[in-house]
Structure formats: C-alpha cells, structure tokens
Design a protein around this ligand. Structure first.
Ligand code: FES
Length: 110
C-alpha cells in the first residue's frame, strides 16, 4: 500500500447523462467547483472567477472551450484554467475528473 501526505476524496457531481455537452454545473464543495461537458469530455475548475468571485457556473457563458465570466467578461480556457481575456489575471484552479459507474466525480484533496 502506498501512502501520501495528502489524501484524495472523490466527490460525486451527477450522473453522466445529467451534464450534457456544452453545459456546466457546480459542486458545493468549499470552495465550489464548476464541472463542464465540452464535446463529451468532462473538466473541472474553480467555480469562482479569479477576478471578483462571480460564480462561473451560474453566471458564465461557454463558447469555444472557454468560460466567459458574466460580471466583467474575463475568459478562461476550460481545459487548462488559463486566463484568455482580462480583467482576470490569475488562472482558475483545475481539478481532476473521473467517471465511475456512470457518474461524474471530482478529485478533491483534503
Ligand atoms: S468577476 Fe469575473 S471578470 Fe470580474
């Protein structure tokens, strides 16, 4: 058995069929996580915009693999979390996503 200093927890998001392509949902972890379906692939980032904590899952817009913040229109690459348009300057945290038995999970360190 391998031990690590940090343990990882799988947090269930929803069933695969509940998050259709081009959509985003939120997991109410602390801090919350936005989970996206982009062309059938699942990705997860911090839900709060790094500019001023707008909820990207509630108020953002997905286009061309990017999430645009609904408050001041910063854009982020959903796959990498990188800023692609200001006024945000810090990238979004990224989370690993796993699909297990037809459900989507995010990996959260504790
Ligand atoms: S809160 Fe997102 S750009 Fe300002």
């Amino acid at each position: 058995m391998t031990t690590t200093e940090k343990s990882e927890n799988l947090v269930r998001v929803c069933g695969v069929e509940e998050l259709t392509a081009g959509n985003v949902t939120r997991v109410n972890t602390q801090p919350p996580i936005a989970v996206y379906n982009i062309d059938g692939e699942f990705y997860a980032t911090a839900d709060w915009c790094s500019h001023d904590k707008s909820s990207l899952s509630d108020e953002g817009f997905i286009e061309n693999g990017q999430i645009e913040c609904g408050w001041h229109f910063a854009k982020f690459c959903i796959k990498t979390g990188a800023v692609t348009a200001p006024p945000a300057s810090a990238p979004l945290a990224k989370y690993e996503v796993q699909v297990v038995d037809g459900a989507i999970y995010v990996v959260v360190e504790s």
